[in-house]
Design a protein around this ligand. Structure first.
Ligand SMILES: Cc1cc2nc3c(=O)[nH]c(=O)nc-3n(C[C@H](O)[C@H](O)[C@H](O)COP(=O)(O)O)c2cc1C
Length: 497
């Protein structure tokens, strides 16, 4: 589904605030004022919340709002669940502090421009914060005091962590990684964590275990959506998601050190679980409905976190991200973020001439990505494709990269398919990358090697033929304008049909 442009007006600043939101609650109230939030009372945690998210995100609305589930049956009235926090161009712009966007590419461009001056900003340790309003210990610990959703009919359990940030400290160097990894409730005091091979949290976990130590962990399950954007996208190893997100905010995050392991938790987080992963301590995890639209990961033994503390605010809001056949309640936000990140990384690698990048939603923002270039030399288009397929933010779970000329809008599947159909010679213009980074969620994984392959489809006019490639059949802008002005009334009536 191509997203419609939002408006034709020039880009505006949000008029009632310039400072970043302090926390998820302030974000929610700003989103509501911008008409970007729908309150839904009475939906059950058991399949209803996720099925509503599916109906709304796959329904007719062009830009569905964020969903705030309230009055969840069986739970205190004000224990809420938020789905789709970042899943529109406007909410993304609100999250990242960009002007009101007119289209998806406005946000991608704003991201790329931001990264030209972006500097990571380390968090500030504070003694107190709202996250300490309630601290549960010992027998009082029950992670099911929150309305953790059971998302899909074939899931293996309730997932408290989907829009989460799993926080671990690298024993070498001491930097802190934050990442979104699914977290399934095993029982009141245990949560299973699924981390794919190669992910930073998993690499760090292995380091502790090699030293014969348990790996201390925090799972933040409701926080500023900017942390979700940082945690759910591949940053370079060694760059803390706190610092990266702080750099976007222009203000350091306030963090409180956790009681047992001294790990930094967002002082304004809604819910944080603290515990440790002990080598050899596992539980069956999954199956889980995944972002590809399949249950490929199945059920497997995964490391379990013994929950030793639960910190939460009064009237907490649990974040929820619901993977499914795209579109989902987070897939659009991934398209925009990934596009901005790939564009930025490709340029940092030294490539010039990129005019747009778009990671398409049917490909889960990973498997069907398009890069547009204004070709300046022979080989330019292939170089763009190879970089867009292999940079850090694109490498995991890639599949197809299509390179198009700068006259093609990379967000328009219609135009991209036209370019592929008319400018690409399959036998000479498709390159393959073999044994690339994928993982068990890939339904088409080569199980013997645990890798997949990539196709880089060069759908640009051949550089040598730029001068004599057949002209495109399209009225010139002047002619189109003149004729449209002359037949304005007729075209206006047609537009209303
Ligand atoms: C909603 C959502 C759920 C995700 N679930 C998982 C997961 O269960 N396991 C995993 O390895 N990656 C998962 N990811 C992808 C990671 O968050 C992403 O690869 C991230 O870059 C990992 O952080 P790292 O680079 O610090 O390892 C998920 C992403 C999103 C947006």
């Amino acid at each position: 589904m191509d997203r419609a442009p939002i408006q034709d007006a020039p880009q505006q600043r949000w008029n009632d605030y310039d400072a970043p939101h302090a926390d998820l609650r302030e974000f929610v109230s700003r989103a509501e004022r911008a008409g970007e939030l729908l309150r839904i009372p009475g939906a059950d945690w058991n399949l209803e919340m996720a099925t509503l998210a599916e109906a709304i995100y796959q329904g007719a609305a062009a830009n569905p709002p964020a969903l705030l589930f309230e009055k969840v049956p069986g739970y205190p009235e004000n224990f809420r669940v938020l789905s789709g926090s970042t899943n529109s161009a406007k909410r993304l712009a609100l999250t990242l502090g960009f002007p009101v966007p007119r289209s998806s590419l406005d946000v991608v461009r704003a991201y790329r421009d931001r990264m030209r001056t972006h500097k990571p900003l380390a968090p500030r340790v504070v003694k107190r914060g709202p996250v300490l309003e309630n601290v549960d210990k010992g027998g009082a610990i029950d992670v099911l005091k929150f309305p953790a959703p059971f998302l899909h009919e074939l899931d293996g359990g309730r997932y408290i962590g989907t829009d989460d940030m799993v926080i671990v400290r690298d024993p070498d160097g001491g930097w802190v990684n934050g990442a979104t990894y699914r977290s399934m409730v095993v029982d009141k005091q245990r949560v299973a964590l699924w981390m794919s091979p190669g992910k930073h949290g998993r690499q760090i976990r292995e380091k502790y275990w090699k030293q014969g130590k348990p790996c201390p962990v925090l799972i933040s399950c409701g926080h500023d959506p900017l942390l979700f954007l940082a945690a759910g996208n591949e940053l370079k190893f060694g760059l803390s998601e706190y610092d990266y997100a702080g750099g976007h905010r222009g203000l350091p995050y306030e963090v409180v050190e956790s009681e047992l392991y001294g790990l930094p938790m967002p002082a304004h987080a809604e819910i944080v679980l603290e515990g440790a992963l002990h080598e050899g301590e596992t539980a069956p995890e999954g199956p889980f409905g995944e972002f590809t639209g399949y249950y490929a990961g199945g059920r497997s033994e995964q490391p379990v976190m013994r929950v030793e503390r639960v910190y939460h605010r009064n009237e907490p809001i649990l974040g929820m991200a619901t993977p499914m056949v795209p579109p989902s309640d987070f897939s659009y936000s991934k398209c925009v973020m990934k596009s901005g990140m790939i564009w930025d990384e490709v340029e940092r690698a030294g490539l010039s001439g990129v005019t747009g990048v778009w990671c398409h939603e049917p490909g889960g923002a990973r498997m069907f990505n398009v890069i547009a270039v204004k070709q300046a030399y022979p080989g330019h288009a292939r170089q763009a494709g190879m970089l867009a397929a292999s940079c850090q933010s694109a490498s995991y779970f890639g599949r197809f990269v299509v390179v198009v000329d700068d006259d093609i809008d990379p967000t328009s599947l219609w135009q991209v398919i036209w370019a592929m159909s008319t400018r690409c010679d399959p036998a000479t213009d498709i390159e393959f990358i073999r044994r690339a980074w994928s993982g068990p969620l890939d339904p088409r994984l080569d199980k013997a090697s645990s890798t997949n392959s990539r196709a880089v489809v060069v759908a640009t006019r051949p550089f040598e033929r730029l001068g004599d490639f057949p002209p495109v059949v399209r009225a010139s802008a002047e002619l189109r304008q003149k004729v449209e002005a002359k037949f304005k009334d007729l075209l206006g009536k047609l537009a209303q049909r």
